[in-house]
Design a protein around this ligand. Sequence first.
Ligand SMILES: *[C@@H]1O[C@H](CO)[C@@H](O)[C@H](O)[C@H]1NC(C)=O
Length: 522
Amino acid sequence: MVGVLLTVLLLIAGYAETANILFVIPFSAMSHYIFLRPIGLELAHRGHNVTVITTHLEKNPMPNYNQVEVTQKKIWELIEDDTGTIFDMADLSAEEFHHKVVWPGGLAFTELTLNSPEVKEFLMKDNTFDLVICEQFVQEALYALSVKYNAPLAIISTFGNCMRHNIMTRNPLQLATVIADYLNVYNPGSFWGRLRNLYFTGYEYLWWRYWYLGKQEELVKKYLPELADETLSLYDLQKNASLMLINSHFSFDTPIALLPNIIEIGGVHVTQSNASLPEDLQKLLDESKNGVVYMSFGSNLRSADLPEQKKKAFINVFKQLKQTVLWKWEEDILENKPKNLVTGRWLPQQEIIAHPNIKLFITHGGLIGMQEAVYNGVPIVGVPIFCDQYNNVLLAEQTGVGKILQYNDINEETLKQTLNEVLNNESYLKKAKELQQRWKDRPMSPLDTTIFWLEYVIRNKGAEYMKNPARNMSWFAYSMMDVYAFLLVVVVVCVTLTVNFIQTFLNGSQIDTTDRKKIKKS
Ligand SMILES: *[C@@H]1O[C@H](CO)[C@@H](O)[C@H](O)[C@H]1NC(C)=O
């Protein structure tokens, strides 16, 4: 009884400091939700009144976790699909991928969100919020909600560092070492690597700023007309965001200078899971004395869509392994399945990777799964297809915890060689354990870090003082061009004057000597 009273009292006491938080994460890709989910739940757990705009509904949420449902649609259903299977995207350049997928997908998805009946109904109501948190994923129109509710804006990227954000907030670009997220460059530090990075960064920024944001602003006008009166600039909104949380950490990702309001929360979704595995899986993993190879291409790519040739290559190579192979295979039947191969339509990945018998993770290189492997010290073989996948796998290869196998290079020979290399050469496991140790070595867990900074922004009413003053300077002033130009002029004038003076002096002294001669003669 006393305990209950105490709890109630503590809840009430705690409630005084709690806030109304709007969490806008409508994007339907499961991997994004896996990353963002614990943040919303934890905010609610700490007593905040959380309202989440989402496609993924929690079944038994806490009473202070309110859900507004976005119409269920996959991104691939919204864009014209002339690409065959998603695997064909392995052949697209970063620019083509933006034209075919990122820009049209972002616009369609933003519109889908704003046009969802529940969202529309929610937006009609009179709510107040102390903080608006939005995922930053080409759906900038939703940032306008921070204007609607007159609340500070925090943005969260499910990817690492964002070049567009760096440019507008004047975070140092570091183009020589920090590669644009979606760009495949094998040797980023080389001359051509840096040139490619600069070109793509310019391409992406110009398209985004001068075309895409305009399209997003049209969506604001259409669906939030009451806001369109104010001279609303989505560019300014993002530039003035209070906080940017990014999914990276320097213990694995390239170290980068970051402004104080850009915070690394890499791996926020990975924790020591208490969830137990389903009985059959637990038994399988426990009893596989030679270890287990786990393969999954994530939630977007279906292994079952692999072309026949590549499918065969996987099966034939798996057959020769002494390990058990566990494969996320999205159909009930897989022909010619060898004895040591077990498939599942859906597999609880975090718990599987955490099992001590897992020897290798074959992945498409999605950031979420990569971080689960890093957290659990598991070596990887990565087959990147699109987005940031190549860069994630490249990092793993450079760190020595895995190998890249390009999709187009997959055949029995290459597959066998790559798998044997990572399974039998102990250095991969050793490096993976080293990486695991330093990945976890942080002053606060990524989730605590996230909550701290979100609450910090609420406590400090947007923490205006934390924003980079340089963001409001012209490019000219920020890059010191005017000062350098001035100095150049000063130097040029000084040099010219000095040269002139010396010339005059030399001429003068000539006159002088002739004059003297004249005097002597007379
Ligand atoms: C919590 O947020 C919802 C909006 O989703 C609102 O209807 C409700 O009144 C809020 N509760 C409190 C205690 O502020």
